[in-house]
Design a protein around this ligand. Structure first.
Ligand SMILES: [Zn+2]
Length: 264
């Protein structure tokens, strides 16, 4: 089973065609003749998105597709063939990826989760993360210096993750100006994400707390790169792609006492 989508990358403005194929083995991306496994250790950069890289392959903006894959239960068993440097932004959400992933059919069994016995506390720049023992639960909070965003919190378990896929990416007008001046956001036309200006959002919000929902979506996508579910209560304050990746690498080098259940 497979599916294909096309769209424009928000940072490069390039058109990109993406095919999703069922394929045994880890989640991975193919570009030309080269492949990169989707893993925290293959993250090459985090310039306002997550970029995977290996010899001969570099794929940007993977986090929204990864979120849709994991919400559907795909922790492995999918090959993503990419023609272009950056996955499409669509409307800024992962909603269109949900449909592409659904065409793959039911996922293979999930790997054993990573289950902490003691709290793990981690800081990275302005980001703070805390993982506590307990059922899987995500708590995200943001604090933006913009009156239309400000402080927002979102919390929920796996049953509510699917909702997050429709939350769109966002930026303040000041950020957009700075990124454009630096030659970026070449694909950022109307309808691709939300811009918060002096008059509020550029498009009606899908939820009053859509920004923090999108940040939770980004975290879900990035944390797919751990390769297994996190069976614990995870709190992320002011998260970032770089912090998510550093946290996963930290977990691997400082595993909690019973960090993984034996496979059945
Ligand atoms: Zn995002």
């Amino acid at each position: 089973m497979s599916s294909a989508v096309e769209g424009v990358g928000i940072h490069t403005g390039h058109r990109c065609r993406v095919e999703l194929h069922r394929s045994e083995g880890p989640l991975r991306f193919r570009q030309g003749r080269h492949e990169v496994v989707a893993d925290a250790a293959t993250v090459a950069a985090t310039p306002r998105c997550t970029v995977l890289g290996a010899d001969g392959v570099r794929v940007a903006m993977v986090e929204h597709l990864l979120a849709a894959l994991r919400v559907a239960g795909f922790w492995h068993g999918v090959l993503v063939a990419v023609e272009g440097p950056e996955l499409p932004i669509f409307d800024g959400s992962a909603g269109p990826w949900r449909e592409a992933v659904a065409a793959l059919g039911p996922p293979p069994p999930a790997p054993a989760p990573w289950r902490p016995d003691t709290p793990v506390v981690f800081r990275h720049g302005a980001s703070r993360m805390r993982l506590d023992p307990g059922p899987e639960h995500l708590h995200a909070s943001i604090d933006f210096d913009h009156p239309a965003i400000g402080r927002q919190r979102w919390a929920g378990g796996p049953a509510r993750y699917d909702d997050l896929l429709d939350a769109r990416t966002f930026a303040t007008a000041a950020e957009v100006s700075a990124l454009r001046a630096a030659g970026g956001l070449r694909g950022a036309d109307d309808g691709r994400g939300i811009v918060f200006g002096d008059d509020g959002p550029s498009t009606p919000l899908r939820w009053p707390d859509e920004p923090v929902r999108h940040k939770a979506l980004d975290a879900l996508g990035d944390l797919t790169l751990l390769g297994r579910p996190l069976a614990g209560s995870l709190s992320i304050e002011r998260g970032s792609h770089a912090a998510h990746v550093a946290f996963m690498l930290h977990l691997r080098t400082h595993p909690p006492p019973s960090h993984a259940e034996p496979s059945a």
